[in-house]
Design a protein around this ligand. Structure first.
Ligand SMILES: [Zn+2]
Length: 550
């Protein structure tokens, strides 16, 4: 489970008032802190390389093998290292320079006692051996784990999905998003007749006497741990090339064998996707690793350079349009959304899952930018406005820091509507595009905090947007433009907001476009005639109310 809610009851004193006030509160455990914070046993070392080397056995739903972890020492004299692996998976031994070192389990965390105090600036390596039957996902991709499925021919079909719950569900790693290895090798031994598709480029296939094969994949770029992919199945394969901003990009496609024809038709959208997103966001961030689509038995996930797909070869979100405008049926939601994450999630990655809006708000907005590129700005506007019907305004978008706790699902449609507000404020699409491209260039292959992204946007838009971010990311109220008319004077202000809220808004007064700079105190505008008709530009996610009559 990602969220742990605890109902607390409070007795209220008198007998008559004995009803209980139930307040929702969240309690976090030591395990949440070990998982969600940069503990001292994590902070002193910087990941440089992983070699995950495993055998996957669909017969008994088990995984066994090792992960070699190479690291740079940042602080002197440290000897204790935290590695994460969630039960029922177990670490059997850890070696350093070929010799066993002690390891002590504390729930999901394992503390390795290295052979000697580490010297700052040096590089070290440990090898972690492990095995077990990893947690099975009850509802992939929303609940973490492995899916052990069978295709229509009865052949095993295995996939992982573990955002939030963590990659340590199935392999031992530093399971915190702030640190990524600079590169990674993934070797997966798959049973006879089946293939593994992981991230990056396929470097070799090793045949074993029993007919099983080990697929060796190499990722030449930093990779976030939840993006590491395991897909085993009876796959067909075809390849294409995309000529993009950084030259030739290798596209490799892995549908189930019997879906090859469907895939060749539906997955052609990959080209439209790359054209639109390179325009808006800049070059695809992982040319060296290529781009892949892989069919899986769940809806889909943004695994880096290995996007997984389970949308049934149809447009929309499982054939539906989430915006209710019709525009959502113009594209395959999973191809466009999950590939959008290559820029916002895989290129620019949150350090703490509390800041997950950096992934989901921008990627949700990428859907409308895809429409903008291929169908025009009116289509894009209608789509993002249409998505407001699924906003809950239940809890803030930003979650709780240092305990692996994400915020509201509103990070998708409300976050993209906040970005749409910013686009209106910029009021210059070429500038807006240069800011989106600038984010991907200046934070290239980095993990970031919300403060970094907020400051960047304020700086490049040229206005302190702190109140806007506080309002939409840290509060659940939607700003209300209150106005009243006195003769030829229009009075206006923001209400239902944080104290310091201010945000420009575009309105039409008697059909004439006009920018207002409301704050939370009343301001005035002299009008040409009495009884004006005022309308707020629908692209702003705000409400408006004439309070004169009230
Ligand atoms: Zn997403």
């Amino acid at each position: 489970m990602k969220t742990r809610h605890l109902l607390r009851t409070m007795a209220l004193g008198s007998i008559l008032c004995l009803g209980t006030a139930a307040a929702q509160a969240q309690e976090f455990t030591r395990q949440d802190t070990l998982r969600g914070s940069i503990t001292p046993e994590r902070a002193w070392w910087d990941l440089s390389f992983y070699h995950l080397d495993i055998a996957v056995n669909p017969q008994d739903s088990s995984i066994s093998g090792s992960n070699t972890i190479r690291y740079k020492v940042l602080e002197p004299n440290q000897q204790r290292m935290q590695v994460d692996l969630q039960p029922p998976m177990r670490i059997s031994r850890v070696t350093q320079q070929g010799k066993d070192v002690p390891v002590q389990q504390d729930g999901n965390a394992w503390f390795v006692q290295l052979r000697e105090p580490q010297q700052a600036g040096t590089e070290g390596e440990i090898k972690v051996y492990y095995s077990g039957k990893p947690q099975v996902s009850e509802n992939p991709p929303w609940s973490g784990g492995i899916t052990w499925a069978r295709d229509a021919n009865g052949k095993p079909w295995v996939a992982n999905s573990n955002q939030g719950d963590g990659a340590s569900l199935w392999w031992p790693c530093k399971d915190h998003m702030y640190d990524e290895p600079d590169s990674m090798r993934i070797s997966v031994r798959a049973p006879k007749g089946l293939m593994d598709v992981s991230n990056g480029q396929l470097k070799g296939v090793q045949e074993h006497a029993d007919g099983s094969k080990t697929y060796h994949w190499y990722v030449a770029n930093p990779i976030n741990n939840y993006g590491v992919n395991l897909s085993i199945g009876d796959y067909a394969h075809y390849a294409e090339t995309y000529k993009g901003e950084k030259g030739e990009l290798a596209l490799n496609f892995f549908p189930l064998r019997y879906n090859l024809d469907k895939a060749k038709k539906q997955w052609a959208q990959t080209h439209q996707m790359l054209e639109a997103f390179e325009h808006w966001f800049g070059p695809y961030p992982f040319y060296e690793d290529g781009f892949k689509l892989i069919e899986v038995p769940y809806l889909g996930m943004e695994h880096q350079s290995a996007v997984t797909y389970g949308n049934g070869y149809q447009n929309g979100y499982r054939g539906r349009d989430l915006s209710g405008t019709g525009w959502g049926l113009k594209f395959d939601f999973i191809i466009i959304h999950e590939a959008g994450h290559e820029w916002f999630a895989n290129n620019i990655t949150y350090k703490d899952v509390a800041d997950m809006w950096i992934h989901e708000s921008f990627t949700n907005y990428s859907e409308s930018l895809f429409l903008d590129y291929h169908y025009g700005t009116q289509a894009a506007n209608e789509y993002v406005i249409g998505l407001r019907n699924i906003i809950q305004n239940d809890i803030p978008i930003i979650g709780v820091y240092n305990v692996n706790q994400e915020g509201s699902g509103d990070m998708y449609p409300k976050g993209s509507n906040m970005l749409h507000n910013l686009r209106q404020i910029v009021n210059n699409d070429e500038k807006w595009r240069s800011i989106l491209r600038g984010l991907n260039k200046d934070f290239y292959h980095q993990t970031v905090t919300t403060q970094q992204i907020e400051s960047y946007l304020s700086q490049h838009i040229g206005r302190d947007l702190t109140p806007v971010f506080d309002q939409y990311l840290r509060d659940v109220r939607i700003p209300r433009l209150e106005y009243r008319v006195n003769g030829k004077t229009l009075q206006y202000r923001w209400a239902n907001t944080v104290d310091t809220f201010n945000m420009p808004v575009k309105v039409t007064v008697n059909g004439e476009a006009q920018w207002l700079e409301p704050t939370t105190t009343w301001q005035e505008l002299k009008l040409k005639k009495k009884k004006p008709k005022l309308e707020v530009d629908p692209n702003f996610y705000v409400t408006a109310q004439n309070v004169a009559a009230a």
